[in-house]
Design a binder for this molecule. Structure first.
Ligand code: HAM
Length: 413
């Protein structure tokens, strides 16, 4: 027997149903906010991620599925969607279309992380990128839209956290100050944080081990007046949008391209993998990748994690409403025809095998989760009627004229 790879999963109902429901909720909200779908390749040139996600990030350093293809090209399976969207924006000259620069994508991402509950090597993201709008209105709209999607998908009890990482100027100065501080306190740091001192000191702030202590002790990031104003206005607009959030000064995110506003939505119920969604502004990325000066903001939500959160909610049931049974050989064709009529009337209907015994078909009906079984035998065919057997409550079986069948069933559902 061949097993699936570690961290890679088969999704069956009800999980697959939940995924579809989350995707549908997102598509509906995206349409309201003027977003259009973009489908980007799963495999891209390796250097796309090195240059955008960042070569000192865990994602690029340790987690990418990268290989040399048959043509000798160094390629990578996408670990996130933002770099591909930015590449497409530049390559397709999308800044020249006069459109609003709002794109969404739904697709699987791949990271060779250590698998655990809520963390997989192949997982699905729904992402949104808004390219070309530098104002805090875009920040507030983007975060509010994310919250709307989560609400529509049935997620409850999440909390949004936001922070500002400032522009390249404020962050550049701060990097120096923070790395100086970390150097003098290196003995107290965990091994990965010691490595981060020179390469990526900000990441020490959201380290699960050192972060909480550094929050109180390490020097804080001072925003320049323009970045401070942007952050204040973003918060005012978020309040105006009715978004419940708190400022978390330690939120730095694990990707290199962020500037100014960053945010995450977390759910305590998820345990250590508590980030349901994350994103932020990336004002310099498009330009640094060879495109126009196009400030941008976006986020991605983890569909696998949202599915875990709404697993217990109603609506994930994929059972048919009705189960059709043929009780005798001469009723099989009529039973098959009835299945088609029920489906044409918008009722979900299933059957097992009309050639099996009545007992066996009844057993399948019970297992199917259907609310009602419809039984056709020789007598029913003769009288143009059908036996209706409720499966979920102890109501009696009764015979209904064929002509009244569909309205009668609707009353039972
Ligand atoms: P990210 O924080 O790396 O951001 O991922 C976004 C979300 O994807 C996470 O909050 C989490 O829900 C989900 N996720 C990440 N890794 C895994 C995993 N191994 N298993 C299951 N779920 C996972 C980004 O990817 C950025 N591209 C977001 C963005 C868009 N920023 C700007 N635009």
């Amino acid at each position: 027997m061949i097993h699936s790879l570690r961290g890679f999963r088969d999704l069956l109902a009800p999980d697959s149903t939940l995924f579809t429901r989350i995707e549908a909720a997102a598509r509906e909200v995206f349409a309201l906010y003027g977003y259009q779908e973009i489908r980007i390749p799963t495999i891209e040139p390796h250097e796309l991620f090195v240059k955008s996600t960042g070569d000192t990030t865990d994602i690029v350093e340790k987690e990418m599925y990268a290989f040399t293809d048959q043509g000798g090209r160094h390629v990578a399976v996408r670990p996130e969607g933002t770099p591909g969207v930015v590449r497409a924006y530049i390559e397709r000259n999308l800044s020249q279309t006069g459109k609003n620069g709002k794109y969404y994508y739904i697709g699987n991402m791949f990271r060779a992380e250590r698998p655990q509950a809520g963390r997989y090597r192949e997982f699905e993201q729904i992402g949104a990128e808004q390219i070309g709008n530098p104002s805090p209105f875009a920040d507030a709209e983007t975060v509010a839209m994310l919250v709307k999607i989560l609400e529509k998908a049935g997620v409850q009890g999440c909390s949004a956290e936001i922070n500002s990482l400032g522009c390249a100027d404020c962050r550049g100065k701060y990097r120096g100050i923070l790395s100086g501080y970390l150097k003098t306190h290196a003995d107290a740091l965990c091994e990965p944080c010691r490595k981060r001192i020179d390469q990526n000191p900000l990441r020490a702030l959201d380290c699960k081990i050192d972060g909480p202590r550094l929050a109180g002790e390490a020097p804080a990031l001072e925003l320049c007046p323009a970045c401070a104003d942007h952050f204040d206005r973003t918060q005012e607009l978020l309040k105006l949008s009715g978004v419940d959030f708190r400022v978390n000064k330690n939120l730095v995110r694990g990707l290199d391209y962020y500037t100014r506003t960053v945010f995450e939505v977390k759910a305590g119920q998820l345990g250590s993998q508590d980030a349901v969604a994350g994103g932020g502004r990336y004002d310099d990325l498009v330009k640094s990748m060879g495109g126009p000066d196009a400030p941008a903001i976006g986020w991605a939500l983890g569909v696998d994690r949202v599915a875990l959160l709404i697993k217990d909610s109603a609506g994930a049931d994929t059972s048919p409403q009705i189960f059709v049974i043929s009780a005798s050989g001469d009723a099989r064709a009529a039973a098959f025809k009835l299945l088609g009529d029920l489906r044409a009337a918008g009722l979900s209907a299933d059957f097992s095998n009309f050639e099996l015994s009545l007992k066996s078909q009844l057993r399948s009906a019970d297992r199917s989760g259907a609310a009602v079984a419809l039984i056709l035998g020789g007598d029913e065919i003769k009288n143009s009627s059908c036996a209706v057997k409720p499966l979920k409550e102890k109501a009696r079986q009764r015979t209904v004229p064929m002509a009244d069948l569909i309205p009668e069933i609707r009353k039972l559902l």
